[in-house]
Design a protein around this ligand. Structure first.
Ligand SMILES: [Zn+2]
Length: 454
């Protein structure tokens, strides 16, 4: 069936879809705040009831934190299942005074619905649910559909992560649909082709037991601030390459096809400067920006803290320094091996007289890269092209991380299909979050066109 069939189906149900979307947004499901635990439970219950009414077998699965909703509707047993992931938890709302209308009282202004979660992720998971209901009603869906909608995405997905292994058999699928991203700034439809993984580190450097007089001890005492500076300066060579031995182990350069697709989405120095106020001169300057962000790992200094930063001067030799680092890693790299290499390197660089303590070395998740010939990808490309005819489809190898996606892909065996209809001006995570009816409807049409029985 064609686009106009699904457009008509949307128009038919438009009033109730909007009403129910607003109901979903009224739950103050701020996942990270214990004060909102009952709201999160109620929101999960609402979702579960909703999916049950649409013919799914749904259940609320308790975790160490907020529950997740698991729902399944069996299809043709000869065809592999589709797993859909989303989250019902939302970011906190402060500063509350900056909201034009209250965050949990959904309000329409100029065809945009304003509320916390309007886009991230309630808006995007809800158009997905509505589209699947529409396909079921039209008897146009023959795949088994499995939903996992969790309540802790905005702060690490711990509960789902821990529970997931027990659900391995129930979530085996061919494709993993994740509608939690946005389009490029031009609004052109965007398919995410990869995500980087993340590692986080914190190191404490201790010299003397207390700050020392810089006159009495200057020239003798080891300086923790200087040690931090020396270590941080040793992390990269003059070309911007990470100097830690083994840091690039497992990295696979992009294929010619990937290069061609990624280059079409390249950042120019001008556009980068407009976005950020600076030039794209960090990292390995000699390589194209798309390769540095999408296909290579990085090690960034997130913070160095030591000594005196207040007004005037204070003549001390700082006793302590803290370094915070994060690495973004790519598919094919072993997160634990990288943790070990980075920690060993920092140990080796620590000057005499300074005691090193590794206060954090955390694996957020591995990197992911999707083959351009992955199953369902051509259907996703066609569906996106049909939603926005005449616009060039963008393939983006994303530099950021969604760690739970890598875990879900690994446990379910599914290939992730990541896309979404968010825009920068939706202001997710900020006051006055919103999502337009147009974006919502595009997401609905895309999901219908992707999943309609072929
Ligand atoms: Zn978010």
């Amino acid at each position: 069936m064609q686009r106009n069939t699904w457009e008509a189906a949307f128009e038919d149900r438009r009033e109730t879809i909007i009403q129910d979307w607003e109901t979903f947004l009224r739950f103050p499901s701020i996942g990270t705040d214990p004060a909102n635990k009952a709201d999160c439970d109620a929101c999960a219950q609402w979702l579960s009831n909703r999916l049950q009414q649409s013919g799914f077998t749904a259940q609320i699965v308790p975790t160490t934190g907020n529950p997740f909703v698991y729902a399944v509707r069996p299809g043709n047993p000869d065809k592999p299942a589709i797993l859909v992931y989303g989250h019902y938890d939302v970011q906190p709302v402060d500063p509350l005074g900056d909201w034009t209308t209250p965050p949990f009282e959904p309000t329409w202004r100029n065809d945009r619905l304003y509320a916390r979660g309007a886009q991230d992720n309630k808006g995007q998971i809800f158009y997905t649910i509505c589209a699947i209901e529409t396909l079921i009603a039209a008897q146009n869906l023959d795949r088994t559909i499995i939903f996992i909608i969790e309540g802790e995405e905005e702060f690490g997905s711990d509960g789902l992560n821990q529970a997931l292994d027990a659900w391995r058999d129930q979530i085996q699928a061919e494709a993993l649909l994740v509608h939690d991203t946005g389009t490029v700034s031009s609004g052109a439809p965007t398919l995410i082709m990869g995500l980087r993984g993340i590692l986080q580190f914190e190191f404490t450097l201790q010299g003397a037991t207390h700050d020392l007089h810089s006159g009495v001890h200057g020239g003798i005492a080891p300086n923790a601030a200087q040690a931090a500076a020396t270590i941080c300066a040793s992390l990269h060579d003059a070309t911007g390459r990470v100097a830690v031995p083994g840091f690039y182990d497992g990295v696979q350069p992009p294929s010619d096809h990937e290069r061609e697709l990624a280059a079409a989405d390249a950042t120019t120095p001008e556009s980068y400067c407009q976005q950020t106020g600076t030039t794209p001169d960090g990292g390995m300057r000699d390589l194209p920006t798309y390769e540095r962000v999408g296909f290579l790992p990085t090690l960034e200094i997130n913070g160095i803290h030591s000594g005196y930063g207040g007004p005037g001067s204070k003549t001390i030799i700082p006793a302590q320094a803290i370094i915070k680092l994060s690495a973004r890693i790519v598919q094919g790299q072993d997160p634990q091996a990288l943790i070990d290499s980075v920690c060993q390197y920092i140990k080796d660089q620590t000057p005499p007289g300074i005691k090193l303590e590794i206060t954090q070395a955390h694996i957020g998740g591995p990197g992911l890269r999707f083959a351009p010939d992955a199953p369902l990808l051509p259907y996703a490309e066609r569906a996106l092209a049909a939603v926005k005819p005449g616009e060039n489809l963008v393939h983006r190898w994303e530099g950021a991380s969604i760690p739970i996606v890598a875990r879900l892909a690994e446990v379910s065996g599914a290939t992730p299909l990541l896309t979404g209809f968010g825009h920068e001006n939706d202001r997710i995570h900020a006051p006055n979050e919103s999502f337009s009816l147009e974006q919502f409807r595009n997401g609905f049409l895309y999901t219908c066109l992707l999943l309609a029985q072929r």
